[in-house]
Design a protein. Structure first.
Length: 134
């Protein structure tokens, strides 16, 4: 010790395992896996958020249609507004609504492609809700 100061020594094995700043193969694989999971999340989350939004909108529209005045046209219009807000288009045969003396009902089906690198997976969604007429 010189004048009350501690002596500083370098220990090459203390940081980085003595490899001179190189990254190991396990760390590279972990980083690639994390990047792949982030990519999948970025691709898959927006269609799922659309599904949740449409599902809530359909439930509200069916509940409103089950109360007087009962109207299939207003049920359909409300659901179409929700689809337009999310910029979704659903084929006419996959968009079923009905209001009769017993119940108000809606069913929607659509698909969304999710691309992961060179592979495309198609996720199918179905929203179905019915309420007894009040």
């Amino acid at each position: 010790l010189d004048q009350g100061r501690a002596q500083v020594t370098r220990d090459s094995g203390a940081v980085g395992g003595g490899r001179g700043g190189r990254i190991g193969a396990g760390a590279v694989i972990a980083l690639l896996l994390a990047a792949l999971l982030l990519h999948v999340a970025i691709q898959a989350v927006p269609p799922y958020v659309d599904y949740l939004y449409v599902k809530d909108g359909v439930q509200v529209a069916v509940r409103l249609a089950s109360a007087p005045p009962h109207s299939d046209a207003s049920l359909r219009r409300q659901i179409l507004e929700k689809l337009k807000e999310r910029e979704l288009t659903i084929p006419e045969q996959e968009f079923v609504t009905s209001v009769d003396t017993q119940r108000a009902y809606a069913r929607l089906r659509w698909s969304a492609p999710v691309r992961v690198l060179w592979y495309t997976h198609v996720i199918s969604y179905t929203v179905e809700h019915a309420e007894r007429i009040r």
